[in-house]
Design a binder for this molecule. Structure first.
Ligand code: AVI
Length: 322
């Protein structure tokens, strides 16, 4: 394997790919699944019958919209509804429509790394719910949490839906919740989705669909390396593999090399050897129970004030305060 000079990396993506593929066991971060193709594949995943998370959260928001509205606008003060990783806003629109219908005074501040996603979301809200005041914020979670912390014009409610927290290990999730805590004031609220522990087969099916959409989503990280760094990964020589540990509640995704092979990545001046059946760990999707969410909240200095669940307790939304 050739060595490369750290200073030649042109992005954090390049640096992390270099580090992840030159250590043992190999790993890559799931945050790199998402480009235009990855975004589309994730939309397709959310529409799959096996991926119960989206329907469950949609059902909770729809069932509880009145209670949620009451809790968000308790003091009658106008508030800003921030949403981290807003995506297409499909679920959030349930709340937005309800707030508008009930003359609740708020503005919606969706946050996303992709300006393109924000423009599409803003246009669709203008068309579908024109009474909503939308102020988009482009940036990473870290940057925007700092901005949220500095904005003290209104009461703040932060939404973080889709069990996105589950893509973080517990230590990272605690840090993220602490950063959220630091960006709000007493009286502000955090509203978050946490996918729950359930029949292990239901989780395996959600992350290993027979149609192969999740496999394509997982492999998109290799496609990105091929396109953006001059890599020559042969996608057919890797397979998607999912495991779920019902004890820890952690689902893990891997790409497994089906044979011994060498892969070159031109812009990293890197040649990587894979043994037959060697793995690249790409994603965790943590599943929770009340005890674990309570522990996370305590570690981050937050208190749970409300819990909403779907009928079968597959998925829960928690409200936290400082
Ligand atoms: C974005 N995130 C919460 C999804 C999840 O469930 O972990 C990403 C995903 N990975 C495979 N399918 C969906």
């Amino acid at each position: 394997m050739q060595n490369t000079n750290i200073s030649t990396f042109t992005s954090v993506f390049e640096q992390e790919v270099y580090e992840g593929l030159t250590t043992y066991p190999k790993h890559l971060s799931s945050k790199y699944f998402y480009d235009e193709i990855g975004d589309k594949l994730f939309q397709d995943i959310m529409a799959m019958p096996e991926y119960y998370l989206t329907d469950c959260e949609f059902a909770i928001l729809d069932k509880e919209k009145e209670n949620i509205a009451t809790l968000f606008s308790k003091s009658g003060e106008p508030f800003s509804l921030y949403e981290l990783g807003a995506g297409d806003g499909k679920k959030t629109k349930v709340l937005l429509r309800h707030f508008v219908k009930n003359n609740i005074s708020f503005d919606y501040r969706p946050i996303d790394i992709s300006q393109n996603a924000l423009n599409q979301l803003e246009n669709s809200i203008r068309k579908e719910i024109p009474k909503v005041e939308v102020n988009t914020i482009q940036g990473t979670y870290v940057d925007t949490l700092r901005d949220i912390g500095n904005a003290n014009d209104r009461k703040k409610i932060i939404l973080f839906l889709g069990s996105n927290i589950g893509n973080l290990k517990h230590a990272q999730a605690v840090q993220f919740l602490r950063d959220m805590r630091d960006s709000i004031n007493p009286g502000d609220l955090i509203f978050m989705g946490f996918d729950q522990k359930k029949h292990p087969q239901a989780i395996l099916d959600a992350y290993n669909d027979k149609t192969g959409i999740t496999e394509a989503f997982n492999k998109n990280i290799l496609t990105r390396i091929n396109k953006e760094m001059g890599g020559n990964f042969d996608l057919d020589l890797f397979m998607h593999w999912e495991v779920y540990d019902p004890e820890t509640g952690t689902a893990k995704s891997y790409l497994v090399s089906k044979e011994e092979q060498m892969v070159q990545i031109e812009s990293l001046k890197l040649e990587i050897r894979f043994n037959a059946w060697e793995t690249i760990h790409t994603e965790i999707s943590q599943k929770y129970d009340d005890d674990t969410v309570e522990w996370l909240a305590k570690e981050a200095g937050l208190t749970i004030t409300e819990v909403f669940s779907d009928k079968e307790q597959q998925y829960k939304n928690y409200i936290f305060k400082k």
